[in-house]
Design a binder for this molecule. Structure first.
Ligand code: OFO
Length: 172
C-alpha cells in the first residue's frame, strides 16, 4: 500500500513523464517539417518511450492501492532556433528528469517504502542512459557546427546511434 506522500510524488512523476512525451513529440514535428527525417524519427521514438515510462508508473500506482492521476499538461516549446538548441533543451530536460527521479528515490527511503525504492531503480538506470545519449548527441552537433554535409550525415545516422553506458553495459 502506498502512503499518501509516495502516491502524490509518483503522480507528479507521471505528469513529468507525460510532459516529456509531449516535449519530444513537438521536437519530432519541428524536425519533420525541417526535412530532417532521421532526427524526427529519433524524437518520435523518444516520445513513445516517455509514454512507456509514464504507463509503467500508472500501472505501479494503481496496482499498489493508489490512484494514478491523469492531469493537464504544460504546453511544450514547438519551435527552436536551431538543431543545436533543440538538443540542448533535450539534454537539460533529461537532467531535470534525473533530479526528479533522485528526489523520488529519496522520498521512498524517508517513507521506508522499499518496494517503491526497488521499482525506481529501473528509472535511475534509464536516466543514466538517456543523459549519456543526449550528451553524445550534443558532442556530435558541436563537432558538426555549421557544416551542412555533417548535418546530412548526422540526420542519416542518428537512428543507429549506440551509446554504451557503464551502468548497464548494454548498447542503446
Ligand atoms: Fe522518462 O526518461 Fe527521459 O525523461
Amino acid at each position: 500500500m502506498l502512503s499518501k506522500i509516495i502516491e502524490a510524488a509518483l503522480n507528479s512523476q507521471i505528469r513529468i513523464e507525460a510532459e516529456s512525451s509531449q516535449i519530444y513529440l513537438a521536437m519530432a514535428c519541428w524536425a519533420e517539417i525541417k526535412g530532417l527525417e532521421g532526427i524526427s524519427n529519433f524524437m518520435y521514438a523518444q516520445s513513445d518511450e516517455e509514454r512507456e515510462h509514464m504507463l509503467k508508473l500508472v500501472k505501479f500506482v494503481n496496482e499498489r492501492g493508489g490512484h494514478a492521476q491523469i492531469s493537464e499538461l504544460a504546453a511544450p516549446n514547438v519551435t527552436f532556433k536551431s538543431i543545436k538548441e533543440m538538443f540542448e533543451k533535450l539534454f537539460e530536460h533529461e537532467v531535470y528528469v534525473s533530479q526528479s527521479i533522485n528526489e523520488l528515490v529519496h522520498i521512498s527511503l524517508q517513507e521506508k517504502d522499499y518496494a517503491t525504492h526497488n521499482f525506481l531503480q529501473w528509472y535511475v538506470a534509464e536516466q543514466i542512459e538517456e543523459e549519456a545519449v543526449a550528451r553524445t548527441i550534443l558532442d556530435k552537433i558541436n563537432m558538426i557546427g555549421d557544416d551542412k554535409g555533417g548535418l546530412y550525415l548526422f540526420d542519416r545516422d542518428i537512428e543507429n546511434l549506440t551509446v554504451t553506458t557503464a551502468a548497464t553495459n548494454t548498447p542503446l
